[in-house]
Design a protein around this ligand. Structure first.
Ligand code: ATP
Ligand code: SF4
Ligand code: MG
Length: 327
């Protein structure tokens, strides 16, 4: 498969489990997706659907006792789901950059932004002090921070929220990673600044050929930024496809409900939670299709058999009704 060979990230049949006192909770089940160089994959779904969990599993950051129980994660031609902590530490920052909702998660308040950027650059790229400083200043300029030479010597608290998230983007890009995982990168920012940050992220990743997994609740951000979209539901990937198809002609009944609940494309919504009923808890996922209690199109097969991803238009959808099938 030519597409699979080119992918920066390839996740195959990922299953994440959390053993607990009341049994094992399956947080992700059979999640498969890939992202090519320079491509932005938007990841959407209700709260608790498994969006952050997918990003954490890829970065080797699952909170114990959570672990990958099945599946494989490939970064270009290297399998990374079975690496030890030390190898994963090297990959984080160097090959996978991270941007989280709160810029302060990624920044240390005790060090100047210049020191943090140079530290990351030196650690991962083995540059000398002067060269790392020059690269740091050029990165600050790339992310649109005015007077980068002066800003280099300032502390995170001296930056506004939007400027701080720009610094985090610079930090994520510092070692020219192949992949960036951005989990709700603009949710904590003023609405007026959100679009600037997402278009900056898009421009930089297109220029540098970085693959991006962009987790967001905001369909406006998806419409403006993503090339393809993955929809998660109860820890399962239920639809994936080109952004136009998923937003305008979704193939899965859940995605259709999700899109219908949004007043107008481009409008910004806080939570995507307006379909009748609620997503099942991880320990109460029904047999068959996880969406069956809420699905108006459910038939007997949906109660018994779990649908896998099937080709649907230019993408894929996990529903028995695909390709003229019956539920
Ligand atoms: N440490 C943990 N132990 C057990 N279950 C967990 C743990 N952390 C998260 N979960 C469960 O895993 C599921 C997926 O959570 P995740 O954080 O990925 O959701 P999300 O899609 O990112 O939601 P949100 O939009 O609220 O950020 C949730 O049901 C959550 O309760
Ligand atoms: S498989 Fe059945 S229950 Fe699930 S979305 Fe399709 S029609 Fe609805
Ligand atoms: Mg999350």
């Amino acid at each position: 498969m030519a597409e699979a060979q080119q992918a920066v990230l390839e996740v195959r049949g990922l299953k994440v489990e959390f053993p607990g006192r009341r049994g094992v909770a399956t947080a992700l089940s059979d999640v498969s997706l890939s992202i090519r160089p320079g491509e932005i994959l938007g990841v959407v779904g209700e709260s608790g659907a498994g969006k952050s969990m997918t990003g954490l599993a890829i970065q080797g950051l699952l909170e114990r006792p959570g672990h990958i129980a099945e599946g494989e994660i490939w970064l270009a031609d290297r399998r990374i789901d079975n690496l030890g902590d030390r190898d994963m530490e090297k990959i984080r920052g160097r090959e996978i950059g991270a941007i989280f909702q709160d810029p302060l998660t990624s920044l240390n308040p005790l060090f100047t932004v210049g020191a943090q950027l140079t530290e990351t650059i030196r650690q991962h790229l083995g540059m000398g002090r002067a060269e790392a400083r020059a690269r740091a200043i050029s990165l600050l300029k790339d992310v649109g921070i005015p007077s980068p030479e002066e800003r280099f010597g300032q502390y995170p608290h001296q930056f506004s929220g939007g400027m701080r998230q720009r610094v985090v983007i610079a930090l994520a890009l510092a070692a020219s990673p192949k992949l960036i995982i951005a989990d709700e990168p603009t949710t904590a920012l003023d609405v007026s600044i959100q679009a600037q940050i997402t278009s900056l992220l898009r421009r930089l990743c297109k220029e540098k050929g970085t693959a991006v997994m962009l987790v967001t609740h905001d369909m406006g951000v998806i419409a403006e930024t993503a090339d393809r979209v993955a929809v998660l539901y109860a820890g399962r990937l239920i639809e994936i496809g080109p952004v136009d198809q998923v937003l305008r002609a979704p193939k899965h009944p859940y995605t259709r409900g999700l899109m219908a609940s949004i007043p107008a494309l481009g409008a910004r919504v806080e939570r995507l939670n307006q379909i009748d009923g609620s997503m099942p808890r991880l320990d109460a996922i029904p047999p068959g299709c996880a969406f069956n209690p809420r699905c108006k199109e459910a038939g007997p097969r949906c109660m018994r058999e779990r649908p896998g991803l099937l080709p649907a238009g230019a993408g894929a959808s996990a529903c028995w009704l695909n390709a003229g099938g019956t539920a």
